[in-house]
Design a protein around this ligand. Structure first.
Ligand code: PBG
Length: 327
């Protein structure tokens, strides 16, 4: 007898029988970038395989995702015009609001979540209103975030996802949404200050332009990568403030944090495989470092599920589900 022979690993059926972790279409939240005035979907160079959609094209995409068994989408808007306070984000006819209405009507079964942040909408690219020196102005920022969330709720969104990590966001949104008891909150509770967001910023043209100030940096509101206990404390504050589900972001470099948070809260946990992680894996496949793209992504998702994620936000959600359906 061999010392370390595992008889239950001998066949595929046994390995499947013994599997502790699964990945299913229902675990994914698919990101959708929406923009008014496109005649056809526009491919996003920094996120190969992803597109910007007009609201009517987003409906077609939402139907396809739903048919693959995906239960939820998260919408990111690309506005026609930016200004210093990101005022278009709360426009009732803004691209996110229009897409929410269109998708809710055409695919009533799909869960529609919308990202709440200012960075795509401000000329300076910050997630907040800034003073002349580039300092974050909390009260007007929170007022804007409230107006955005209310406009999404008015449009019929199921859930809002504040992604800016601005202090006081959760209580501000909960109070603004008190009149919309059906709308729940997915809080980006552990959002690290990360290099891995690069491709998203070019996809949404939300690059900080250095404008007004030299002080502003997302490091002022996002969590430093060195922090673990502090991140847990922040996340639990969001849960106490009424977050219905919480997110850890990025994914692969922060799986320890996901596992850590899993042990301290009972609300659903989402993990965001962010743009840089996606781009990195796609690039590695394109340059021949890996030969089986699906298997590589699948393994990254198994790791996230094993660490405790209930939901995975990934730019690979659709591609994963398409292949899964053919297996
Ligand atoms: C906006 C926002 C960002 C991401 C999601 N929402 C960018 C940022 O914080 O700089 C990044 C997502 C990704 O990289 O895929 N606050």
């Amino acid at each position: 007898m061999k010392d370390h022979f595992q008889p239950y690993r001998q066949t595929a059926a046994m390995r499947e029988l013994f599997a502790e972790t699964d990945v299913l279409p229902r675990h994914f939240i698919a990101p959708l970038f929406v923009q008014h005035g496109l005649t056809s979907p526009v491919s996003i160079d920094s996120l190969p395989g992803n597109y910007r959609f007009s609201p009517d094209q987003a409906v077609v995409e939402a139907k396809a995702l739903h048919a693959l068994g995906i239960r939820a989408v998260i919408l990111f808007g690309i506005p026609d015009a930016k200004d210093a306070t990101g005022h278009q984000a709360a426009d009732p006819n803004g691209v996110v609001q229009s897409s929410i209405r269109a998708i809710r009507q055409a695919v009533p079964d799909l869960v529609v979540i919308a990202d709440v942040c200012l960075c795509q909408y401000t000329t300076h690219g910050a997630c907040a209103c800034l003073d002349a020196n580039g300092g974050i102005q909390i009260p007007p920022t929170l007022e804007s975030l409230q107006a955005i969330a209310v406009s999404y709720a008015e449009s019929g969104v199921h859930a809002v996802a504040p992604s800016g990590m601005i202090d006081g966001t959760l209580p501000a949104l909960k109070s603004a949404l008190a009149q919309y008891p059906d709308c729940w909150v997915l809080a980006y509770a552990m959002k690290y200050h990360s290099q891995f967001y690069g491709p998203f910023r070019s996809a949404t043209s939300a690059q900080y332009d250095g404008h007004a100030a030299h002080e502003y940096s997302r490091a002022q509101h996002q969590i430093p990568p060195t922090q673990s206990r502090e991140a847990l404390r922040d996340a639990l504050l969001d849960v106490e403030a009424g977050a219905d589900a919480v997110m850890v972001k990025p994914g692969m470099p922060y799986l320890d944090q996901l596992a850590h948070l899993r042990q301290h809260t009972t609300v659903p946990l989402a993990v965001y495989q962010v743009s840089g992680e996606y781009a990195m894996l796609k690039q590695a496949v394109a340059s021949g470092i890996f030969d089986d793209e699906w298997a590589v992504f699948h393994e990254s998702f198994v790791g996230m599920r094993r660490a405790g994620a209930d939901w995975i936000v990934s730019y690979y959600a659709k591609a994963w589900a398409e292949h899964y359906a053919t297996r």
